[in-house]
Design a protein around this ligand. Structure first.
Ligand code: PMP
Length: 460
């Protein structure tokens, strides 16, 4: 636990409203102050070592000490630290990065719009799609379809697309027309006696019913993460994406693949849509695009969408959307260097090669008395804690067992993310086979200590 007399911790408590944090709890325990990084590890202010089992926020592909990214940023800062992309201005890093992203993404995706965060990117997608449908003379085609437990950001529109109660409750969200479909997680949402194929068929029937009830002429797009990450690491059931794609195509509904976590190799392919075999019209990219060394995100989309938007901008005189930092030169230079490293070191191939070991390591925890399900794909996974394995009953105070596990994990030198009582792992893509063995050993020791700690708190 953090030493509260520490002056940094005290200053933090006195000044900072932390994102995604129980603030009163934070005042009592204080922050874990991370001081420096090295490879897959970070060190706190007292010098204690941790394996960063979540790659920061699912994002630091190349690890925490890559000098080439620091050098790329420094060089670009000396040459042109800032310029914008409004009013036909441009600069080389942004142009080169756009070319690179078009080359990497599927063939039908050939246009780029840059932002600084995944939330801004998804807000941009909502606005672009609305703008396009106004331009095409179909002003009623504005609704979005999303999923319960989906995560697409926290701004007004992207937060509305997100399907997690904690991001809606008391924020007056959703604030845009969005319908949240059943979460494609068989373990929690499968009905009694239903097998996985029947579950998938039920979800696809629900999608068709919603489209016919609401009217396809009112629904603009379906947005989804190929594998739902921040909602608890939930891989889709077999045949799900194939069915979603078929139904959306038949109803002229755009498909948005939110690749903010799945993109750039997390699932052992360049993009999550390739892992699950569907072709989106729009993609959201962020996080591993710069290994989060700089804030950056990109909306990628098809030429058909671009043409409708461009025609309308000529009518109106301008495409009236953009950010001061759209295509920021330093962030773009860092992204280019980061993507070069991912390619040179074949980190996507490495994720594919290590998938079996990583997933087997997680599956070994499925036998633990407090683990209801172990799941994942590529180099992302989770174990879900339950109070009763046979009935899948969650703990009464959701999130408490997860918080206890997280604290024990810190003592064992492993940082993972407790999403309620789901413990998520998503290590940097530079992990080796030996690193995975060590991560699983630390996770194992954490889980072994958990039953006594949970019992000591009287959790049921
Ligand atoms: N989409 C997905 C799939 C995400 O996981 C996230 C962030 N975890 C976002 C969008 C939002 O990105 P940001 O936090 O950069 O706004």
């Amino acid at each position: 636990m953090t030493v509260l007399s520490n002056s940094l911790a005290a200053a933090d408590i006195a000044t900072t409203l932390h994102p995604n944090t129980n603030l009163r709890q934070h005042e009592r325990t204080g922050p874990l102050v991370i001081d420096r990084g090295e490879g897959i590890r970070v060190y706190d202010e007292r010098g204690k070592e941790y394996i960063e089992g979540l790659a920061g926020l699912w994002s630091v592909a190349v690890g925490f000490s890559e000098p080439r990214l620091a050098e790329a940023a420094y060089k670009q800062m000396l040459k042109l630290p800032y310029y914008h992309t409004f009013s036909s201005k441009s600069h080389e890093p942004s142009i080169r990065l756009a070319e690179k992203l078009v080359e990497m993404t599927p063939p039908n995706i050939n246009r780029v719009f840059c932002t600084s965060s995944g939330s801004e990117a998804n807000d941009t997608i909502v606005k672009m799609v609305w703008y396009m449908n106004n331009a095409l003379g179909r002003p009623n085609k504005k609704k979005f379809l999303s999923r319960i437990k989906g995560y697409h950001g926290i701004t007004i529109a992207s937060g509305s697309l997100t399907g997690l109660p904690v991001n809606h409750r008391d924020f007056d969200l959703p604030a845009i027309p969005v319908h949240h479909l059943t979460c494609p997680h068989f373990y929690r949402f499968g009905a009694e006696g239903e097998d996985e194929a029947a579950f998938t068929a039920r979800l696809l029937a629900e999608l068709e019913t919603v489209i016919s009830t609401e009217g396809a002429d009112t629904i603009a797009a379906f947005i989804g993460e190929p594998l739902m990450a921040a909602g608890g690491v939930l891989p889709p059931p077999a045949g799900y994406w194939e069915g979603v794609e078929r139904i959306c195509r038949a109803n002229d509904i755009l498909i948005v693949s939110d690749e903010v976590i799945c993109g750039f190799g997390r699932l052992g392919k360049s993009f999550g849509c390739q892992k699950y075999g569907f072709t989106p019209d729009i993609m959201t990219l962020s996080k591993q695009i710069t290994s989060s060394y700089m804030p950056f995100a990109a909306v990628m989309f098809s030429d058909a969408i671009y043409q409708a938007i461009a025609d309308n901008s000529e009518k109106i005189g301008v495409f009236g959307h953009g950010f001061t930092a759209s295509g920021h030169p330093v962030a773009s230079a860092v992204a280019l260097e980061n993507l070069a490293i991912i390619e040179e070191r074949d980190l996507i191939g490495s994720a594919a090669r290590l998938e079996a070991q990583f997933q087997a390591g997680l599956q070994a925890f499925a036998h633990h008395p407090l683990v209801g399900e172990a799941r994942g794909a590529g180099l992302i996974g989770a174990v879900e804690l339950v109070s009763n394995k046979a009935t899948r009953k969650p703990f009464e105070k959701i999130g408490r067992a997860g918080a206890i596990a997280s604290a024990i994990g810190h003592e064992e030198g492993l940082i993972f993310r407790a999403i309620g009582d789901q413990l998520a792992l998503c290590p940097p893509l530079i992990v080796t086979s030996d690193d995975i063995t060590e991560i699983m050993a630390r996770m194992g020791r954490t889980l072994d200590r958990l039953p006594a700690a949970v019992a000591a708190e009287g959790l049921a």
